[in-house]
Design a protein around this ligand. Structure first.
Ligand SMILES: NC(=O)c1ccc[n+]([C@@H]2O[C@H](COP(=O)([O-])OP(=O)(O)OC[C@H]3O[C@@H](n4cnc5c(N)ncnc54)[C@H](OP(=O)(O)O)[C@@H]3O)[C@@H](O)[C@H]2O)c1
Length: 194
């Protein structure tokens, strides 16, 4: 089985953005040290134009070959006229309103999201699936998540968009690694206890 990994940035109090989802206050923490980590360990999670600017265009994938995001998250790219933000991956966007894909590299999942994710997880292959977010789709896919990689920025929001837009339910995870950075960012990875 291929792993589904929710790789996500959040505040100390667990919000992935302000109440509208805006995470811009986290961007300044992507400094030289943290960017070097992302380039070395999670290069697939950088948008294609960012990779191009950093000279990473030809970098082979390290962990993922597929990305899944909700239409809310994909909208951020569309607003920048970027129809394929992860062109180095197979891209899936969950949406009931996007009737046609705006890009040949992007496949729309209009229904049976969980079924499609199970199908992707059952494929053979050494690479996993990057669940990009946002909150709503992560909530719907919580039971399918095998790994969490949480980038915590040293900010408290008080309120905001939760990591999972789902109801109360306890899921257990095992801490696998913790990495700290000079600017106060913390990256924890967890595997799911099944
Ligand atoms: N901090 C971070 O690392 C991070 C990462 C990613 C995103 N974000 C933030 O997250 C925000 C977006 O999160 P969100 O919760 O508003 O939206 P989202 O989860 O990205 O997308 C929700 C949309 O996905 C579609 N969808 C959801 N479930 C579906 C299903 N079962 N079948 C078909 N389509 C389905 C629907 O699209 P339709 O309305 O088209 O039907 C729904 O409106 C953005 O503002 C972004 O900034 C933060």
């Amino acid at each position: 089985m291929r792993k589904l990994t929710y790789f996500i940035a959040c505040s100390i109090d667990g919000f992935i953005g302000d109440p509208g989802g805006d995470a811009a206050s986290m961007y300044p923490f992507v400094d030289e040290e943290f960017l070097a980590f992302l380039k070395a360990e999670y290069p697939e999670t950088l948008w294609t134009p960012g990779r191009r600017a950093l000279g990473l265009d030809d970098l082979p994938n390290k962990r993922f070959d597929t990305v899944i995001q909700g239409r809310g998250s994909y909208d951020l790219a569309l607003k920048e006229d970027n129809t394929s933000p992860y062109a180095h991956l197979r891209e899936y966007v969950a949406s009931g309103t996007l009737k046609e894909s705006p890009d040949p590299n992007v496949e729309i999942i209009a229904d049976d999201l969980v079924g499609k994710v199970r199908e992707l997880k059952a494929e053979d292959g050494e690479f996993g699936i990057y669940l990009c977010g946002g909150s709503q789709i992560a909530g719907e896919l919580l039971d399918e998540i095998d790994e969490l990689v949480i980038k915590t920025y040293p900010l408290v929001y008080g309120t905001g968009m939760p990591m999972f837009g789902s109801g109360f339910a306890i899921s257990e995870f095992t801490l696998e690694s913790v990495r700290t950075f000079g600017n106060g960012v913390l990256v924890r990875s967890y595997s799911r206890k099944r």
